[in-house]
Every structure is written in structure tokens, then in C-alpha cells.
Design a protein around this ligand. Structure first.
Ligand SMILES: [Fe+2]
Length: 131
């Protein structure tokens, strides 16, 4: 599995796209760590991913609030759902003895969510606000 930035992820809002590029880089580091089956790297890249995701969601939510974006509440709920998902993944990675298959499933879940979220919900922000 290879995750990299591509133009179909562009929302058209510069500040959000810049952060998404960094987010995709962090996801890609995590995906690489899983591919190498390196537990230390997996834990480190998940930590970076969580940190950056929380920071990025905060910035995105501020943009939505400032512009009175109509679907803010649903969007924020989705962010919260993802943070809970990452929290569960992190907890399992620390305390459960996961098989490679289980780790790959967690990876797929996180990657799918992030890519779909950018393509659908984040692009919708750009459609409704002008920056
Ligand atoms: Fe978002």
C-alpha cells in the first residue's frame, strides 16, 4: 500500500491543502512502518499522526466556525469519531498483542477514513466558503 498526495485530494483552500499534504506524509510514514513491521516505528508514527491530526482538525474547525459553514456540527462529529478511532488503535497497539493482519486492518481503517474524509467532507467546506 502506498499513500501519497495527489491532485484529487485538493480542496482549493490553500491553508487546508497545505496541512493535508503534511497529514498525508504522516499517514504515509505510518503505512511504511506497518509495511516494515517495525513496532517502534509504528508507535512513533502513530503518535506523530495523532498529534498532527488533532492540530489540523482544530485549524479546520476554526475556519468552519469563522465562515459560518453550515455543516460544521456533522463535520466536527466526524473529526471526533476519527480521534476516537485513532485512540482505540493506539490503545490496541500498546496493550494487545496484535497480529500483522490486525495491524493492517487498523491501518486500512485509518487510511480509508482520512482519504474519504478529505475527498468528500473537506472538499465540501471549500465549496461553501470563500477564502
Ligand atoms: Fe475535516
Amino acid at each position: 500500500m502506498k499513500v501519497q498526495w495527489s491532485s484529487d485530494l485538493e480542496t482549493g483552500v490553500g491553508i487546508i491543502d497545505d496541512q493535508h499534504r503534511k497529514l498525508v506524509d504522516r499517514i504515509s510514514d505510518f503505512v511504511d512502518a506497518v509495511a516494515e513491521n517495525n513496532n517502534e516505528d509504528i508507535e512513533e508514527t502513530v503518535n506523530y499522526l495523532i498529534g498532527y491530526t488533532i492540530q489540523h482538525f482544530g485549524a479546520e474547525e476554526l475556519i468552519m466556525i469563522r465562515h459560518g459553514y453550515v455543516d460544521f456540527k456533522n463535520h466536527r462529529d466526524e473529526h471526533t469519531r476519527f480521534i476516537k478511532m485513532v485512540y482505540d488503535a493506539k490503545k490496541s497497539l500498546i496493550s494487545d498483542n496484535l497480529s500483522i493482519q490486525q495491524i493492517e486492518n487498523l491501518r486500512d481503517e485509518l487510511v480509508d477514513w482520512a482519504i474519504n474524509h478529505i475527498k468528500v467532507m473537506d472538499k465540501d467546506i471549500a465549496k461553501h466558503i470563500k477564502i
